[in-house]
Design a binder for this molecule. Sequence first.
Ligand code: HEM
Length: 462
Amino acid sequence: MITIPDNSSDKTIAKLPPKSGGNKFLQTINVILNPVSSLEKSQKRYGDIYLADFSSLPSQIVLSNVQAIEALFTADAKILESGSGSAIVEPLIGPNSLILLDGDRHLQQRKLLMPPFHGERMRAYGQIIRDITQQVTNQWTVGGNFVARSSMQDISLQVILRAVFGLKEGERYQQIKEVLTQMLDTFNSPLSAVFLFFKSLQRDLGAWSPWGKFIRRRQQLNELIYQEIRERRHHPESQGDDILSLLLSARDENGEEMTDVELRDELMTMLFAGHETTAIALAWALYWIHYIPEVREKLLQELNSIDVANADPSVITQLPYLNAVCSETLRIYPVVFFSLPRILKAPMQFMGYDLPKGTMLSVCTYLTHHRPDIYPESKRFRPERFLERQFSPYEFLPFGGGNRRCIGSAFALFEMKLVLATILSNYSLELLDTVPLKPVRRGIAFAPNGGVNLKVKDKFSR
Ligand code: HEM
C-alpha cells in the first residue's frame, strides 16, 4: 500500500487526508487532558485517517484504519524513522535510548535487548515474580484498603530492578526505587504531564519548580545508576544473567564496549518503558475483574484447577480465560494510546494520498480497539471476544507493531498473568470505587482515575 512516487520531488501536495479544524492550542490541551472524547470526536468527524494539527507538537496523520496500519507496520523500515518523533521522552531516557535510535544502530540494539525478554531467560524470572508478589501483598491486612496502581508499581519496579539491573535487596536498590518513583511522579497528574509536551515550560526555576524538581531527581538517579555500572565493571565476577550484565559484555563491530552514558540511557529506557506500563495494565485488570463479578468467578474457576504457587509458569501463562482477561484489559483502555510515531524519509503514496517527506504518521491504538466493525459493543469489557475469534496484529495492537514493536511484550504478559494468578488465588478483594473509572494521563501512559481502590476482604490459608 506504500509506494515511493518515481518522479517525486517536494512539489505541491496532490492530496492530504482531511485536517482537523479549530484552535490548535485547544486541540493540543484537549488531547492531553481529555484524550478519549477528543479522539473519538475527531474520528467521527474526519474518519479513520485524518491529519491532526497541534501546537507545540508536530502535525500528524492519525490512523485507526486497519489496512493503513498494516501498510505502515509492514513498510520497509528504511523509508521510515521514529526517533526524532519521540523527542518528548528524551529528558527521561536520554538520547542513546533504543526509542530514539533509528537505522542500523536501532536494529543492532534491538537484537541485543530482545533475547533476555523471551524464552528460557524470561521463564527464569517466573519464581522471582511470584515471590515479589507475595512479598508486596503480605503488607496488605485483612479489612484494610490499598490502591492497586501503587501496589502493582511496587511489584513491577522490583521485578524490573532484578531482571534488568540484577539488583538484589540492599541500600542502592531501595534508593533507586525511591528516587525513580518520585521522578516519575513529577508527571503523575494530567496537568503536570503538560510539561513533557511544551518545551517552553522545561525551565529549571529552582528546586521547588516542577522542572527543577525533576532535573534534581534525575541527577540523583543518574548518580545511583553510574555507581552501579562502575561497580559492575570493576567486579566482572559479579555478572549474572540480568540485562546490565549482558550489555556490559556486548561489543560492537569494532570491538568497542558501550559507554557509561549509553548504558545509562538503555537502563533508563527499560525502567521507564517497562515498569509503569505493566503496573497500569495490572491495575486495570484488577479493576475489571472486580467490577464484573462473572469475570472474577470464571477466572477463579480456572485458577482453582491448578496449584498457582508451585505450577510451572507456562501452565499459568497458557490458561485461556486468564489470557483473554489480559487481552481485553489491554484492548479496552490500552496503556499507551498511540504507537511511536513514524516519519516519512521520502515523499510517499499512502492509501491514495500523496504524502510529502517529513510527514508524521501515528497509529491510534485506542481508536482501532474501539472500531465497531472489529469489536462490537466495544465499551463493554468482554474477555470472551478473545476466545471466540483471533484478531490480526493490525486489529489488536497494545504493543504496537512492525520494527518498533515493544520488546517487552512477552515479558509484560508473562508478569501480568503470574501476578494476577498469585493475587487472586491468595486474596478475596472488593472494589471500593463506586463510579466507572476512566483513563487519565500519567506521563505518556493512561492509568485508571484514582488508581483503583480495593479492600482486602479475606486471605486464604493454603
Ligand atoms: C503492559 C506493558 C507494556 C505496554 C502496553 C507497552 C507498550 C509499548 C508500545 C505501544 C510501544 C511502541 C511500539 C510501536 O511503536 O510500534 C512500546 C515500545 C517499547 N517498549 Fe513496551 N510496553 C509494555 C511493557 C514493556 C516492558 C516490560 C519493556 C522492557 C522492559 C518495554 C520496553 C519497550 C521498549 C524498549 C520499546 C521501544 C522499542 C523500539 O523503539 O524499537 N515495554 N511498548
